[in-house]
Design a protein around this ligand. Sequence first.
Ligand SMILES: *[C@@H]1O[C@H](CO)[C@@H](O)[C@H](O)[C@H]1NC(C)=O
Ligand SMILES: *[C@@H]1O[C@H](CO)[C@@H](O)[C@H](O)[C@H]1NC(C)=O
Ligand SMILES: *[C@@H]1O[C@H](CO)[C@@H](O)[C@H](O)[C@H]1NC(C)=O
Ligand SMILES: *[C@@H]1O[C@H](CO)[C@@H](O)[C@H](O)[C@H]1NC(C)=O
Length: 383
Amino acid sequence: MQRQAAPLLLLALFWAALAAPAHGWDMSMTSLADKLGDAIEVKGIQQGSIQSKLPLVLNVWPFVNATMAGWAALNNGSSSTPWLDAVEKVGNHCEDFPSQCGWSVGYGSNADESGDVTLDAMIMRGDTMDAGAVAYLKDVCNAISAARLVMEHTPHTILAGGAATQFAQQMGLPLQTLNTQRSTQAWQQRVAANCTPNCRVDVEPANSFSMAAIGTDGKMAAGSTTNGWFFKVPGRTGDSSVPGAAAYVDGEVGACGCTGQGDINLRFLMCYQAVEFMRGGMDPKLAAEAALRRIVRRYSGAGATFGLFAVNATGYHGGAAFGWERDNMTQWMAGNPQAPEQLQQAVFPWAYAYQDAGTGGKAVWVEVEDLSRIPEPQQSGRR
Ligand SMILES: *[C@@H]1O[C@H](CO)[C@@H](O)[C@H](O)[C@H]1NC(C)=O
Ligand SMILES: *[C@@H]1O[C@H](CO)[C@@H](O)[C@H](O)[C@H]1NC(C)=O
Ligand SMILES: *[C@@H]1O[C@H](CO)[C@@H](O)[C@H](O)[C@H]1NC(C)=O
Ligand SMILES: *[C@@H]1O[C@H](CO)[C@@H](O)[C@H](O)[C@H]1NC(C)=O
């Protein structure tokens, strides 16, 4: 914690203590519910892991239609791997028109420095530990489908760049430009602004979209898909294409999906870590918190944003987030057509507080100190 941040931290903690329990979080839940409509039961602040009956599909961020697309696939009686199909379909929903899921996924946004939109995606199955991924993929819209083809038709794990495009085409995926008027205009504006102060350190993050699914038989898969950062340096690939980083699954244990600053997550493999914590017997929510703590102890400055969910083989799921502004905290959707609640949404406000007064509505990040309110899990040993 930097010294000069301490007064802000105290202010934020004070605000959080006063305002949050009374109405702060509730207001946000209400507006979120309004936005998302009656299809959703809002669970409120997640206190511990939530159990959902199987089958179950989860994804980060409240893109309910993507979750629904996963449910449809999970309940396809003629597929022998509905849980794997579900992960692919959740990803496809966001990759395809008109969803785009906040423009962090699929074509038409976040061109790189050279003006090209490129995609990263990964898919993994928990029964065989097979995984496939594509990195810096051009001209193919359904990146997670290309990743599945890598998994099912090669002995490799990651294919990158133009050769990944060629592979996807050979496997039957259609080629299309990923640039649109929207992405090209945004890129041109950025170029016209002359890249001040420095394009290569002033890159705009985009969040990975990650998901997991568990079938009635307990078999599970996980995956991730994204178009990466706006104006990224050509060649950059993020955590979405790396098993263990943006998503991970081990059928003997559970699964994880995350979002946030992928370049930093690649150094910590947050999802691998969360699954490993669960393997050690940790509750999913504690596992998510402990994996996140690994990162924010080292990277907690302004702009550090991370969030993840972890789910174990019996359908208990929990999560943790750090660094998002009040209204943009990490959420996940969890869907189960056989459960009365239909759809759950959990949020985790403990990692930050939002402070209106004195900062013109800007967020104040409450960093590692907030994580320390959560007891250090026994299993984690030396943090
Ligand atoms: C989700 O699907 C419903 C029903 O097809 C549609 O009316 C709605 O606009 C979709 N929402 C989003 C955000 O795409
Ligand atoms: C159900 O699964 C079968 C076998 O994988 C597939 O051919 C079919 O397209 C799927 N149906 C739907 C609606 O996804
Ligand atoms: C999943 O987590 C719950 C809650 O911590 C725990 O009771 C259950 O035993 C876990 N299941 C597995 C298979 O680890
Ligand atoms: C949340 O994110 C949206 C979309 O990126 C942005 O328009 C909005 O200003 C953000 N809200 C806050 C409170 O930062």
